[in-house]
Design a protein around this ligand. Structure first.
Ligand SMILES: [Zn+2]
Length: 394
């Protein structure tokens, strides 16, 4: 159900990951988050990192905050987005060194940056029936929520991505059963988060848009929809449920070699039991705007990426405003949320790039808000009164 975004037009947020401060050197390395929170060095660095992320989002005038995925370890190219989950689900074994790349990366090899990313993934095998997951997302929320009066969105990798990546030594090729067991395990963790009163939960990626063109994919899109809806079952009765989709972010890379269209996946996205679907719009220059308008039902909102996590050049506010105006030709302002295409990565963008991209996101949104007569957000980081050098006159 809509909580935070109910009756609100053109709210701003980002995806989830924010660059890790260099001084944040403590890591969980498989420990429960609760155990990390009981160790002084880890607790102090984790909570101080959250405070930095809150301050950066405040400085940018963002409406819906993220926690920066602060619980994830300092690994190569965001590896911990996956391993945080695989290290904490019963039935999954120890990491393996040799893991074949997914089919949609079949054209990658030595000499490609994505190949080095693949070399570092070390995805573990499933060695027994999937049991309980213990991601402790409720604790992640409780750590940041007292630091701000803004709503905080907590996100996590989906069962769908895990089912795609894990090698199977237990389910004897019945990957759909593996997917359903992972979905049930994570659903219990999401409910623990929702039961804290967290207003927003974000499930990070259905597999549908990545596999839809893969002729070797044994699980058909309808079954991925069925599994996704089992993964989020019951959550919309408690909070606002977001489904993040993108075309890749490890080391700020797109995983396929060309820009891909969402069009074929949208009839399936429309069947997902969620309130908000996030989509890329910045890096691909709004290539699917018309399809989002006609193929996603009015019961869902669209969170459109208007800032790229893949580029170092910070977008000009006018560019952001132009993309929002183009989106408004197809999506009503009450149904449109502005975000980044994906997270800035804990090891991809610098903190300075992420901060100024967030400021550009809100400055651009303010241009359109003003045109529509909507209240503008105050952006402390763009306040001339707080400039440390005199502004040019005229
Ligand atoms: Zn993403």
């Amino acid at each position: 159900m809509f909580t935070t975004t109910k009756d609100r037009a053109l709210l701003t947020t980002t995806t989830g990951a924010l660059p890790r401060p260099t001084w944040y050197t403590a890591n969980l390395r498989g420990m429960p988050l609760s155990q990390g929170f009981s160790q002084q060095a880890y607790r102090e660095q984790h909570f101080d990192c959250l405070a930095c992320h809150v301050a950066a989002q405040h400085r940018a005038g963002i409406d819906i905050y993220v926690d920066g995925d602060t619980r994830l370890d300092d690994d190569v190219a965001g590896r911990s987005w996956v391993s945080y989950a695989t290290e904490r689900i019963e039935g999954i074994g120890a990491p393996r060194v040799e893991v074949p790349p997914a089919g949609f990366m079949a054209d990658k090899g030595p000499g490609d940056l994505m190949w080095e990313v693949i070399e570092t993934r070390m995805t573990p095998p499933v060695i027994g029936k999937i049991g309980a997951a213990s991601l402790q997302l409720d604790r992640a929320y409780k750590a940041i929520a007292p630091m701000t009066d803004r709503p905080v969105k907590i996100g996590s990798i989906s069962a769908q991505i895990l089912a795609l990546m894990l090698t199977d030594e237990h389910y004897k090729g019945d990957r759909f059963q593996l997917l359903m067991d992972l979905s049930a395990a994570l659903n219990r963790d999401y409910h623990a988060l929702a039961d804290t009163g967290a207003p927003l939960i974000q499930i990070e990626e259905p597999a549908i848009h990545q596999i839809i063109a893969d002729p070797n994919q044994k699980i058909r899109p309808e079954k991925w929809v069925e599994a996704f809806n089992a993964e989020v079952k019951g959550l919309r009765g408690k909070c606002e449920v977001w489904c993040h989709t993108c075309w890749g972010s490890p080391a700020a890379q797109r995983v396929a070699s060309q820009n891909q269209s969402y069009k074929a996946a949208l009839p399936y996205f429309d069947q997902l039991d969620v309130d908000v679907i996030t989509v890329e719009g910045a890096f691909n220059n709004g290539m699917d705007l018309e399809h989002f308008g006609t193929m996603i039902g009015k019961d869902k909102k669209i969170a459109l990426g208007v800032i790229s996590h893949r580029t170092l050049q910070v977008e000009r506010p006018e560019e952001v405003a132009d993309l929002i105006r183009r989106a408004l030709k197809h999506i009503e302002p009450e149904r449109l949320i502005l975000t980044s295409d994906c997270g800035f990565g804990r090891q991809s963008a610098s903190r300075m790039h992420a901060t100024y991209k967030m400021i550009a996101l809100v400055r651009g949104t303010n241009i359109v808000r003003k045109e529509l007569g909507l209240p503008e957000a105050y952006i402390p980081g763009a306040d001339p009164k707080l400039s440390m050098v005199p502004m040019a006159k005229g």
